[in-house]
Ligand binder design. Sequence first.
Ligand SMILES: NC(=O)c1ccc[n+]([C@@H]2O[C@H](COP(=O)([O-])OP(=O)(O)OC[C@H]3O[C@@H](n4cnc5c(N)ncnc54)[C@H](OP(=O)(O)O)[C@@H]3O)[C@@H](O)[C@H]2O)c1
Length: 277
Amino acid sequence: MSPTTVLITGATDGLGRWLALRLATSGVGVVLHGRNPARLDETAREIRAEGGREPLGVVRADLADLGQVDRLADEVLARFPGLDVLVNNAAVGFGEPGAGRELSADGIELRFAVNYLAGYHLTRRLLPALQKAAPARIVNVTSVGQAPIDFADPMLDHGYDGYRAYRQSKLAQIMFTIDVAEELRGTGVTANALHPATLMATSMVREAELTPLSTLHDGGEATLRLIADPALAEVSGVYFDQTMEATPKPQALDPAARRQLRELSDALVERALAARR
Ligand SMILES: NC(=O)c1ccc[n+]([C@@H]2O[C@H](COP(=O)([O-])OP(=O)(O)OC[C@H]3O[C@@H](n4cnc5c(N)ncnc54)[C@H](OP(=O)(O)O)[C@@H]3O)[C@@H](O)[C@H]2O)c1
């Protein structure tokens, strides 16, 4: 597979920016997503400076606002009706040591909102563009750090901890990957998730005051494999720890838990969008 149109969320820093640069310098058409125009310009300038292919487009949305996610989907569907690959990469990390709970613009726990729910809604809205371009791929960048969702307190009103918030959002991404892969079986659109690498030297790792253990190159190469390796053309619904097929935390394999997550997600999206109408 040689993708022609790849949308990368969070292309303004860390892994997303590395992927955008690497794909563009290989001649792939990238659509850069970010929330900050200056940082998007910086990424595009870096691509030009490295002699990469001019990005196909730049799209803006704060993923902590489902109204903006919805408008982002409208814009992508209008400008890029055929999308080969969607990389759901943007995320918020553990936060600074001891940092408290934060909410999205819609009043949803921030890491659940940005890391999982934004990608859930964006992906669902972009399915027509992916199906049109089939064979196409959804790549969800998640983590080996996973925690089960307590459906009695999914927004972590009680006993908040940044690690737990991040980890439950990452398991939710894997649960969604398994579900959407099943739903898309036979359409030519695959969905896979991966842990790119452990503690890459990026902003979220620096913010949490953790010591980097891997490079962007390590995580980038593993992610590129899911984006473009022809050997994975038929592989779908799989979680990879870098390049190795791996087993996620048990809740991801429980169909009842996945259904509960789907129902919660649809209700949260519906409520947020209704409040903005
Ligand atoms: N770093 C690691 O060791 C590691 C390990 C396992 C998994 N991962 C996963 O790898 C992915 C990339 O992480 P990274 O380390 O490259 O992170 P990073 O350098 O901190 O970059 C995060 C990206 O997400 C964007 N973003 C954050 N909040 C956003 C919002 N509300 N709306 C729109 N964009 C937003 C940021 O935009 P700005 O530029 O505007 O801030 C930035 O482009 C994440 O999914 C992460 O969970 C990372």
